[in-house]
Structure formats: structure tokens, C-alpha cells
Design a protein around this ligand. Sequence first.
Ligand SMILES: O=c1ccn([C@@H]2O[C@H](COP(=O)(O)OP(=O)(O)O[C@H]3O[C@H](CO)[C@@H](O)[C@H](O)[C@H]3O)[C@@H](O)[C@H]2O)c(=O)[nH]1
Ligand SMILES: [Mn+2]
Length: 866
Amino acid sequence: MEASCMSSPVTTDAAGAVRVDDDAAGLSKPLLANGKEKKGAVKASERYWVDVDQPDVASAADLEGGSGRPLLFRNRRVKNILLYPYRALTVIRLIAVIFFITWRIKHNKSDVMWFWVTSIVGDVWFGLSWLSYQLPKFNPIKRVPDLATLRQHYDLPDGSSHLPGIDVIVTTASPINEPILYTMNCVLSVLAADYHIDRYTCYLSDDSGSLIVYEALVETAKFAAIWVPFCRKHRIEPRAPESYFESEESVMVYRGRPQQELMSDYKHVRAQYEEFKVYLDKLPNSIQQRSDVYNGMETKGGHAKATWMANGTQWSGTWIDPIENHRTGHHAGIVQIVQEHPKHMAQQSIGNPLNVDDADLLLPMLVYVSREKSPHYDHNKKAGALNAQLRISALLSNAPFIINFDCDHYINNSQALRAAVCFMLDQREGENTAFVQFPQRFENVDPTDRYGNHNRVFFDCAMYGLNGLQGPTYLGTGCMFRRVSLYGIDPPCWRPDDIIVDTSKFGNSVPFLKSVLTAIKQERYVTPPPLDELFLSEMIAVVSSSYDKETEWGRSVGYIYNIATEDIVTGFRIHGQGWRSMYGTLLEREAFVGTAPINLTERLHQIVRWSGGSLEMVFSHNNPFFAGPRLQWLQRVSYINFTVYPITSLFILMYALCPVMWLLPREIFIQKPFATYVLYLIAIIVMIQTIGLFEIKWAGIRWLDWWRNEQLFMIGSTSAYPVAVMHMVVKLLLRKGIYFRVTTKQAVVDMDDKFAELYELRWVPMMIPAIVVLFSNILAIGVAIGKFILYIGTWSAVQQRNAALGLMFNMWVTMLLYPFAQAVIGRWGKRPGILYILLPIAYVAIALMYLCIHAFLVHFLPSMVI
Ligand SMILES: O=c1ccn([C@@H]2O[C@H](COP(=O)(O)OP(=O)(O)O[C@H]3O[C@H](CO)[C@@H](O)[C@H](O)[C@H]3O)[C@@H](O)[C@H]2O)c(=O)[nH]1
Ligand SMILES: [Mn+2]
């Protein structure tokens, strides 16, 4: 199977352009166009994976008749040659840790007893948290969707389809912090996805209620009328124009159609795209100017300056000059159908510059929604926004499946929606699958990934581990849900006969309640009803700020409220009900791609939010310890680890400050005999690194990915995690939650340096402990060198060995904090390797200073006193 995936019918012409013959490739692999893959080569990430035997497919024969469900994905597991030693190492390390802790307790000798006791507690904690991190990875499973079989069974020869409906939700919260160009690119990638246009709908949730976003969306629909046919005609990837045009290879890959045709279409579409971008850029100004004109005409006394829509009516959302009822956090609910459902639409009469079939000109329905905001209610941020979309979409399209995207992510593989559906419709676990999560990939990260944004250890190790259990956690974006699972309904295997659908649970919209019943009974596609006044007012009602108050929304229904990480908790609640989830892998091309904050300050804020949210879970009714019996035990262990891990930082912080002891005149040992202690530590650390090596192999990641993960954990442990712990304590005392700060998405400003953001550091108080640890380490190493020079002749062999071992520990801490040190030197960090010069200079300078001070105290001071 591996080989057949890779031997793509790709040919290269004289000019180096790549032609992909799709017919030969077969529909299962229409995406093998990157041309980089060597013929017959096995992709690095697949080297250590083999297919698990498929169940007897004989039963699938009667599928032809239309009964039953086909097998729509295949499972892969790690090859035994890697898996067995990997498991064995885990066991060996566990034994070593037990030996270590027993040894320490037996030898309770230390210079500072309270420190010894704390460190024993710390070591036990480390051991347990490592175990809860490691155990759930004992059987990693990869699942690869079979798109060809899906086509075979669900796409009909006449061009229609049996595919289930999907409601796609894109969320944005601010046209300033979240550049509209990204958001619109996301929308475009959705509109251009390979899915039946009358089977899916795109909803844009705008929490800013801004006219800019709305008008940008209207313009996006216009541009989509050119962009989408272009994508379909030339089967281009990715279908987010910004990324597509950025890639130098874009005109070099052509499929079926002659390259000249692609070239000329490309030029045309690109020119249109540039115009589109200019239009978006000018939007704030043109809206302002238009509003000035209208306001100028309304001169009846000093009224507030309204913001006007293009059709000459006042915008009911936020205004440029904000006033009551028209400002952020206080405005009416808005629902606008930007693009009608294709069934309701007369054939489009736009020009057809690309010469494509008329059918290819049609687009799916596109809806703009801004829920009502009122200062009297808590809006529950992203979770609240998603729940409002859940209700609106229930009324309009009520698709059985829902997928949501953060505005800075987009569909990178046009087959991704189909891929997700494969898992949902599969014969085996399909019916009990609540959600299908895909890994998050990022495209704006600096090449060495200084702040571990790619997070491959998480996405490519931990998640595959869970995939072999009950399934991955929900990660906030790029995840397809089964609608009924979000409604708090049990999976079929646990479902009672009578399901209560009432207003106390779902709120008091009768059409919505009806839609819930429909959703439970039949998971079929619904064509939106005609949009009359009554219906419109019903839609506004379900997005009102008070709708979900005194209901189960945010508790047992929908995305969960009152927590900084709605994603993990929402997934957790669903798992707790006995549903399972799937982690999808697309071998040829990543499903979704997004952006990540590459600036340390933003990154740390994000980490505070995640770790804070995790801790909040422990103290909420979503505590994994008390989840019901339907949560598998290893899955539970994993959730426990996810929720309590920030506490580890307290002990790490304590250890990381140990080097300060070098500054003391006397030798102090936390544990005696010191050498045995350090050797134990080294053994345990080496073992964890070896386990890491195995993970690197099976996950197909780079060593650097693993190392960055270690470093980021250290940086987090000396900054963000302790802050999260503090927040939690404060919350428990004062009952105030963590503030969900929308991550600022950088727009590239400096064209010469794409990664300029990397070198900008805004100081925030949470960096203080990290700075203290870093400097005390540098200071300690310097002083150690000084002491070494001073006492070289007088130290005994034992003392020398202890000093060397101690120093190794210091160096280790400094290496782990290295990216933080790079952040501290700011723009100087642009010079690669500058720290290799700066650090030794600092050490020597400190050593000299130490010697001077020592000489002053020992030689001059006494003589002066005399
Ligand atoms: O009041 C709000 C706040 C946020 N959002 C949207 O929520 C999304 C995520 O926000 P962002 O600040 O980009 O989050 P990240 O720091 O990237 O967060 C990650 O972590 C979050 C919390 O765990 C998840 O919700 C995200 O999906 C995940 O990408 C964005 O589309 C926002 O527009 C809203 O719609 N309304
Ligand atoms: Mn984000």
C-alpha cells in the first residue's frame, strides 16, 4: 500500500513543470501533485508503520445493494521492531524510577532537610506525571481515510451524491487583531472545497459585529465566483489564494489541461485577487467615507455618527464611532445570507472567463452571523459564538456534521471534508464516532521553530497514542463533529429509547427544538426553508444574548462555558458520554494549515491560557477523576495528565533555582551521597531521551522537534505554568476566571523579514521567574569557574567530581532555556550563534569578578581593618 501511494504518475517536462495525470493516479490520490516525492520512495513518516489487517471485507460485498456501510479508512500501527523495544523501555524506566525514589527515601541524608522532603515529593510527582504521559502512548494508531471507496459509494454517476450535509463554521472576533485577509482566505478555501455544493454551508461568525467583516465577506463571495471555478478546473492546491499564489510552484503543477491554459487563467485570476486585496485594504476608508456622506445628509441636530451599509441603511452592528447599541460588546444580532443555497438560486449570470462548465460556477450557501451582544450578559467567548452558530445552522441547514475553523486556519487539502466524512460513515466505529480531529499544522513558523510552535510531539505522538484508545482530544479547530454528540445525546450503543428534548435544556425556540428531533431521527441533509420574515426573526432570536441563559447550553449541550480551553473540555465531556473520536491522517497533503504566534510574549499568553484552562478543569465538574465509567481508563489517565501538568512546573522551578547554591561559600548537598544521586538522575534523564528517540522514529518527526518541546516545557515551567497555577489559586479564592485573550495574529508587515516578529519581545511580569533562573544559572556557572581557578589545588577528588556533576546540571538548565535567552537579546538574536560568544564572555567576566571580590574580602579587607 505504501508503495502504491508513492508511485504517482507524475511526469516532469523540459521546463521542470510537473504534470499530473489524474486518471492514471486514480481518484483516490488526486493530490499527488507536489512532484517532489521520489518515485517508489516511502515517506519518512510512514517508514515504521504497517497496515493493520482490515476486517473481512466479504461483508462489504452486499454493500453494492445499498445496505450496510463500507470500510472507509484503514488502520496502521507501529512496526514491532520499534514498538516492542519502545514499550520495554517504558517498563525499564518505570522500574528505574521506583528504584531511585526508594533509594532516596532510604538514604534520607541531606544538608537541608526541608529541601530534601520537598524534592522527594517533587520526584514522586515527576514519576507519576511522566507515567500518565507515557502510558497512553503504548499503542499508537494511525488512521488513513479511503477517499476512493467513499467516491465509489457516495458519488453517483449522474453527478449527484449521497454525501451527508456539513455545516462549516469560521469564527472571527476582530477585524484588527485577526486580519480579514486571513479570515477571507479561510472562507475561500471552504467555498472551494471538493464537496457537493448543495451538501454544505459556510457560516462566518463575526464576534466583532463589524461592517468591515460583512462587506469583506460580500466581496469574497464575488471573488469566489472566479476563484472556485479556477480551483475546480485546474484542481489546484491549496485553495486559499494567499498561500497558493505565494508558492512559487503554483503554475508549475498542472493537471490534465495544457499548461498554457493554466498560465493564462492563472494570470487572470491572480490579477483579480490583487484587486480583491486592494478592495479589502480600502474597506475601512470607503465605509468611513460613505458614512460621512450619509451622516452629512442627516443634519437634524448633533446625532451620533452612524455607520452605513452600501444599500443606504444603518448597520445594526458596531459603528466606527461607537455608541450605545452599536459598540463592541453591545449590539444587535445580525444574520445575512450572503450567498443563497444553490437550490434557490437562478443560474448565475456572471461572465465565464475561465471557460468552465456552468455547473462549476455554482457555490455553496454562505451566511454571515453576528450574535447579539449586551453588557448584561456573559458571552462566553468562542464557545458562546460556536453555540450560536450551532443553533443558526440547525434552523437553516441542520447538517448532521459540523466542522469549525479558527479564522487563521484554512483547508489545505480540498479533500479534507470528504476525509473527515470517511470516519463518520465507516462500518466499524462510524456511528459511535463523535468527532474527527486532524493535526494542526502551521505555515508561518520560523525554520528552526524557536518557540516550539509546530508542537509535533503533541500532534504526532500524543494524539496517535490516544487514537489507539478512545480517540484524540478536540483541539479547537479543524475538527468535524456529529451534531447530536454536541447536543449531549448518548452514542447509539448507550442511547436510551426516550430522549428528552425540552426548553429547559435547549432553550425556547420551537423550530430549534424540532430541528433537534430531526437531527436525532435522521442524519440526512435538509434544504434550507424559504427565508420569510418569521423565519428571519426566529434566527435572530436564537442568537440573542439571553437565549442560552438558564439552559443546559455550555454545560451538557454544545461547547462548554466558563473555562479558558473550551476545546479540551468539550471533547472530554463527549468522551465521558462514551463516544469515541478519530484522528485523521492524510498522507499526501495536510488537511488544514494555520498560523501560530511566533512572538514569545504572544506564545506565552497562549500557554497560560491553555495550562490555566487545564487546571480549571480539575476544579470543575469536568474533573477526569470523577468522569463516569464510559471513559476508558487509559483515556482517563491521559486526561488527568492533560489537566494537572502545570503543577509540575512548581517543582521544576525549585530545581532550576538550585544552581544558586554555587553562590554560597559552603558546599550544600540536597542528597547524600551526591554522586550516586546525580548518576541516578543522569540514568533517568538518558532513558527518557532514549524513549524520545523511539518516538521521533515512529512519529516521523525531527530530533529538533523533540528538543524544542523539551525547551518550551522548561520555558513554560519558569513562566507561564506557575502563572496559571497562581491564577487558579486566585480563582478558587475570588471566583474569577482566566481572561481569554484572543491571540494576536500577525500580519506580515516587514516584507524583507518574514520572521521579524520573532525578535520583538514585550516584557510581561510572567517572564520574571524565567529571567531569575536564567541569570542565576549564568552567574552560578561563572562563579563555579572562579572557584575552580581558586581551589584547583585544594579540592579533593570527590569535591572535584561533585563540582563537575553540579556544573553539568547548570549547563543542562541553560541549554533548556536557550530560546528564552535568545528572546532576551532581542534583535541581536538575528545574528546566528551570537549567544555562543556572549555566554562564554559572561562566564569569564563573572569568574573574574568573583576572583576580585574574593581577593578583596580575603586579602585587602583584613589588612585594611588592621
Ligand atoms: O470571543 C471570542 C474569542 C475568540 N473567538 C475565536 O476563537 C478562535 C480562537 O482564538 P485564538 O485566539 O486564535 O486561539 P489560539 O490561541 O490560536 O487557540 C487555540 O486554543 C484555543 C483555546 O484552547 C482554541 O479555542 C483554538 O481553537 C486553538 O487554536 C478565533 O477564530 C477567534 O476569532 C471568537 O469567535 N470569539
Ligand atoms: Mn489561533
